[in-house]
Design a protein around this ligand. Structure first.
Ligand SMILES: [Zn+2]
Length: 148
């Protein structure tokens, strides 16, 4: 129960009304002396759009080129852990002559230039691992040793 501010009557419900210049809580009967103050309309909720809509993160499409990196690293490591035997040039030369190939023959088989092979045989040039492997395979000799 609430008391009407106009007539003092206890009523179950008071209505906010503007009577003359005052705003009073009045009963329904007293409401006729004034005008009901309209219930303040709830301001429409402001929908604040996020400046950056939460979008699902695009999944990285490009796969990291792991295989290439790994294989290269392994190759590098292999280079670090391996070395060519002493006198590998001589070993190549003697193996080649044993088979009866000319430098030209062998150079073609390992797809190297003859002068490169010549330098390797003289010991003036160390074959790279790839070439050494080819020489090993082609001549059936051992040129590469692993560092223990
Ligand atoms: Zn009243």
């Amino acid at each position: 129960m609430a008391e009407c501010e106009m007539c003092g009557e206890n009523v179950p419900r008071l209505i906010k009304a503007r009577i003359e210049s005052a705003v009073m809580m009045v009963c329904e009967k007293c409401l006729k002396y004034g005008t009901p103050v309209e219930k303040k309309r709830e301001a429409p909720k402001t929908v604040i759009l996020p400046t950056q809509p939460a979008r699902p993160r695009p999944q990285s499409v490009s796969k990291p080129a792991v295989s290439k990196t790994v294989s290269r690293r392994e190759s590098d490591r292999e280079m670090e852990d391996t070395f060519l035997i002493d006198g590998c040039g001589e070993a190549i030369k003697s193996a080649r002559e044993r088979i009866g190939w000319t430098q030209d023959d062998l150079a073609k088989k390992i797809m190297e230039k003859k002068n490169v092979l010549s330098s390797i045989e003289r010991g003036a040039l160390m074959p790279d691992l790839k070439t050494a492997r080819k020489l090993e395979k082609t001549l059936g000799i051992k040129l590469i040793e692993k560092v223990q």
